[in-house]
Design a protein around this ligand. Structure first.
Ligand SMILES: NC(=O)c1ccc[n+]([C@@H]2O[C@H](COP(=O)([O-])OP(=O)(O)OC[C@H]3O[C@@H](n4cnc5c(N)ncnc54)[C@H](OP(=O)(O)O)[C@@H]3O)[C@@H](O)[C@H]2O)c1
Length: 337
């Protein structure tokens, strides 16, 4: 990750000043962090998520950074609400320069033990939400003659993992959808200046894991290394001004994708082994998390997993006879979300 003093930061600030940037899933995690980061660089940010009161808080944070921000309560699994988000952005800024489909959610557990309704909602939010956003963004970009669509997928969109079946399917769908849109644009002789970028994060420390539905029967904490969400926020800023087809964020994700290319069976075996270990953790109650309806928990950029691991290390160093804590009661988590 480039640090704040890196020499291209002033160029980013200049390139984003006054740009209209729509971000879905802006009430926590990457989306919240990106909202503030884009606002700090002078963009007009138009923010969508279901938790309207949290979005208002993010708007105030963006304004405190000197930026302009608008909140639009949006359920991305409803095409009409996504179209309304686009209208609000054009109403505010006259155009849309960058559209980031970031909203997403998962359900963890054995496929046939997870309610069908939950699998359906994972697809509706994570894949259809991205499709609806891509649709309204591309129609607006065609009218303008330019624009940059950024779809947040996951390394799970490249390498499958057990116990996340509908999420893996949705993220493979996001990767495929984005690639198909790029190919369509390439077919055109006088293609407009429209870019489609896919960002594929590995495991990062966000509230994603508090928000996921869990029918696995087990509490799973993210295995190390849990990356800093700032890496993904930085990647979003970067592709917004320097569009790239696909950007994997996180060293373990890059390694998994590379292994998948040369030895697919090995890559899947490695992921399956790591998941199997995670299903041996202490029992945890079933929950639909914030998949079916929004939950008040988890409004920050970070999920607190990195801090928890650091404090467990400190406790073990202070009291080596104490058995390692397994974070009972927390929701499952995984390296390849
Ligand atoms: N954290 C990771 O390790 C990781 C890794 C790879 C990919 N990702 C992807 O990164 C994206 C952001 O996730 P995150 O890690 O930042 O987790 P997060 O904190 O849980 O963020 C998810 C965001 O999506 C919104 N959302 C959920 N359902 C929605 C719906 N139906 N309509 C509108 N918004 C909805 C949530 O807001 P409301 O509840 O307010 O609607 C929230 O703002 C997701 O696509 C996720 O799959 C995360």
């Amino acid at each position: 990750m480039k640090n704040e003093d890196s020499e291209d930061r002033p160029r980013q600030a200049h390139d984003l000043a006054g740009k209209v940037v729509v971000i879905t899933g802006a009430s926590s995690g990457f989306g919240r962090g990106a909202a503030v980061a884009f606002a700090r660089r002078g963009a007009v940010v138009v923010l969508g998520a279901r938790r309207a009161e949290v979005l208002e808080e993010v708007v105030r944070e963006c304004e405190a950074e000197g930026g302009e921000a608008v909140a639009v309560e949006t359920d991305v699994s409803d095409a009409a609400e996504v179209a309304q988000l686009a209208r609000a952005a054009v109403g505010r800024g006259g155009r849309i320069d960058v559209w980031i489909n970031n909203a997403g959610a998962g359900a963890v557990g054995r496929f046939d033990q997870t309610p069908l309704e939950d699998h359906g909602q994972v697809i509706d939010t994570t894949l259809l939400g991205t499709l609806y956003g891509s649709y309204v963004a591309l129609r607006q970009f065609r009218q303008q003659g330019d624009g940059n669509l950024i779809n947040v997928a996951s390394i799970a969109g490249k390498v499958a993992a057990p116990y996340y079946a509908s999420y893996v399917a949705a993220k493979h769908g996001v990767v495929g959808l984005s690639a198909a849109l790029r190919l369509e644009l390439e077919q055109e002789e006088n293609a407009p200046a429209i870019h489609v970028c896919t960002v594929l994060p590995d495991a990062h420390d966000t509230p994603f894991f508090q928000h996921a539905a869990n029918y696995s029967g087990h509490a799973i904490t993210p295995p190390p290394p849990v990356h800093d969400p700032a890496e993904v926020i930085e990647a979003l800023l970067d592709v917004a001004v320097n569009p790239k087809d696909e950007t994997i964020v996180g060293a373990a994700g890059k390694m998994s994708a590379a292994t998948r290319r040369v030895a697919p069976a090995l890559a899947e075996k490695m992921i399956s082994r790591s998941h199997a270990k995670q299903m041996e953790t202490p029992p945890a109650p079933e929950t639909d998390g914030s998949l079916l309806s929004p939950s008040p928990v988890g409004t920050g950029v970070e999920g607190g997993w990195k801090k928890k691991k650091a404090s467990r290390r400190t406790n073990r160093a202070a009291n080596p006879s104490e058995p390692p804590s397994r974070d009972a009661g927390r929701r499952p988590n995984d390296k390849t979300v």
